[in-house]
Unconditional design. Structure first.
Length: 465
């Protein structure tokens, strides 16, 4: 009688892999989760776009500040003049000459409240963009972990399916031998064959899912992988620390990057309201202008006066008071107020969403801890049930369908156990992400439980062979 226990699961998996070894792609050096993340950080297009967007947003501040700093402009012109002086209808003087002029003006805003408020709004917008960039960095960590664990998940599904195919095939062979000597009915053979065929179909799907799962990682990193290291069985499955839901919610409301970005956007919208209201107010500019004009030509009496140069230096204060601009100023104020209302609602929604997600993820992690332990017990129970069912089949109290169903429950419980561990890791990282505290150090800590001696090798899907 075949004995099934937890320690034998890895042996079964290795045997199934060995039987499919000709289908495996050429081996390369396996990489762990931290290696993959570092590659993704340099190559992920989403993060690259976020970096570019932040670089563009940073330019809002110097652009807004420039409206408060001195500006210098220059202008030059040249004119060709043909002149005839008429006396009694007769031309007494005709000449052709050039006029040349140039001027330069230095302007310094003295009072411009709208520009001051615009500068404050620009700084808040850049702060919001900075929070959004940091959020993208944290999201990349989660996306890498999710893609990596999904590969391990599909590989576990493939391994258990391969082991199930091997077990069902062996059971089918035994039933056929018993049928040939008249110990069982043909129905047992047909039932075993049907289960075997169904299991082969699931293996084909599992191979396809496993092959496809590598593509997400390739999208993140810009390269393909053939080997990855598994998650170690020594990974501790513990409750969130602190084990208090309200503390996690309070931390999230203080530190969540989405809330910080929405708060900064609200500050920028309020600054814009002040700037638009200031469009009603006068502005004062100080200017210094130097102008020079050079002209040629003769005087009225025909004497050639040569080139005449005129120089002017002007210092001035100018006050501009907008009186009426067709209602544009009032319209911009109303628009800015509506933007503030929009930002307030977005901030409120962000806080509510973060609160909900934090509570849900905290509960999910706590449930995952219990679920992992329960599914480990389920493996032992399914194993014992299979042994009892096989014994009953040997003595004639159970039929082949019972045995096949017991086998399926065992393999299913083995996969469910591995699946619950992956869900625990992913939910824990997402919980940290909601608080805005997820860092590369968290990934490095998780990477300590990646077993470089236990590898996942990419298996090519049957459809590509």
């Amino acid at each position: 009688m075949k004995q099934y226990n937890i320690s034998n699961l890895r042996i079964i998996k290795m045997a199934a892999l060995f039987s499919a070894s000709m289908l495996i792609t050429p081996l390369v050096v396996a990489e762990n989760m931290l290696d993959v993340y570092k590659t993704a950080k340099d190559n992920d297009a989403v993060l690259g776009a976020a970096n570019a967007s932040f670089a563009a947003s940073k330019e809002l501040v110097p652009q807004a500040r420039s409206r408060l700093l001195p500006s210098l402009g220059a202008q030059t012109s040249t004119s060709k003049i043909n002149r005839d002086i008429l006396l009694g209808g007769q031309a007494v003087l005709g000449e052709e000459y050039n006029d040349n002029s140039w001027n330069a003006q230095l302007r310094q805003p003295v009072l411009d409240l709208a520009s001051w408020y615009t500068l404050g709004g620009a700084k808040s917008s850049v702060e919001a963009a900075s929070m959004q960039l940091e959020a993208e960095n944290q999201d990349l960590i989660v996306r890498v972990i999710e893609a990596y664990l999904n590969i391990l998940r599909t590989k576990d599904r493939l391994d258990t399916t391969n082991a199930e195919v091997t077990a069902v095939q062996r059971q089918l062979e035994q039933v056929q031998q018993r049928f040939e000597v008249g110990l069982v009915a043909i129905t047992d053979v047909l039932e075993s064959q049907a289960v075997y065929d169904s299991t082969v179909v699931r293996r084909i799907q599992a191979e396809s899912d496993h092959d496809i799962s590598f593509e997400t990682l390739s999208t993140l990193t810009g390269r393909s992988y053939d080997q990855l290291a598994r998650l170690s069985q020594t990974l501790p499955i513990v409750d969130p620390n602190p084990k208090n839901e309200e503390e996690w919610v309070a931390t999230a409301l203080r530190s969540n990057l989405g809330i910080k970005a929405a708060s900064a956007q609200l500050a920028a919208a309020r600054a814009d309201v002040r700037a638009r209201r200031s469009d009603h107010l006068p502005t004062i500019d100080a200017t210094a202008t130097y102008a020079e004009n050079v002209t040629g030509g003769q005087n009225f009496f025909g004497a050639n006066a040569g080139d005449t140069t005129t120089e002017n230096t002007i210092y001035a204060l100018s006050l501009t008071l907008p009186l009426y601009q067709g209602g544009a100023v009032r319209s911009r104020v109303r628009e800015a107020n509506a933007r503030v209302a929009q930002s307030q609602e977005q901030l409120l929604n962000q806080k509510r969403t973060v609160t909900r997600n934090t509570r849900n993820l905290f509960k999910s992690v706590a449930t995952d801890v219990v679920r992992v332990e329960a599914r480990l017990k389920a493996i032992r129970s399914s194993q014992s049930a299979l042994e009892a069912t096989e014994t009953g089949y040997e003595v004639g109290t159970r039929n082949i369908v019972d045995v096949l169903q017991a086998q399926q429950r065992l393999f299913s419980s083995q996969f469910d156990y591995a699946d619950s561990r992956y869900n625990y890791v992913l939910n824990l990282m997402r919980l940290k992400q909601t608080t805005g505290k997820l860092t590369q150090e968290d990934l490095e800590e998780l990477n300590q439980f990646i077993d470089s001696g236990d590898l996942v090798e990419r298996v090519v899907s049957l459809s590509l062979r």
